[in-house]
Design a protein around this ligand. Sequence first.
Ligand SMILES: Cc1cc2nc3c(=O)[nH]c(=O)nc-3n(C[C@H](O)[C@H](O)[C@H](O)COP(=O)(O)O)c2cc1C
Length: 148
Amino acid sequence: MKVNILVGTMTGTAQLCAQEMELALDDGETRVETLLMDQLDSSVFARDGVFLICTSTYGQRDVPDNARALFQDLGTKRPDLSRVRYGVFGLGDRTYAETFNFGGKKFDDLLTELGAKRVGERHKHDASSGIMPEETALEWCKEWLALL
Ligand SMILES: Cc1cc2nc3c(=O)[nH]c(=O)nc-3n(C[C@H](O)[C@H](O)[C@H](O)COP(=O)(O)O)c2cc1C
């Protein structure tokens, strides 16, 4: 099994979560590659394996800056992703009540529109909860892997 973790982040928290998930999942049988979304385009979904979108939310209802190019390319080229399986580990803050976790939601909605199949529920971390997302990430990703 190959897992590609795609990271959308502004200040590094999602990257930290991805590192924790890579450490937890990469055991020889499962191989994990973590890629920052910077400079990725929609062709990344042609890779082998499953995908884990690990992204925060910014700018009221937007994906982080480093995720914009990938998100726009998917929306413009609209590739057929019916062979893609993915999960979403989203980061946000409930203080932004109207747009809570919209970064993960936007990717989830778009990937579904393009035919990809989500595995498991979209995780919505809340920074205002006081729980560290990298702690939740460990448990969540193991449950996610079991569902695959
Ligand atoms: C300027 C700013 C805007 C934000 N906007 C939102 C938002 O609209 N919705 C949300 O759920 N979280 C929002 N957040 C919270 C971040 O998504 C959250 O703190 C996340 O853990 C940051 O992860 P990162 O370091 O990987 O970028 C915002 C944070 C900042 C600093």
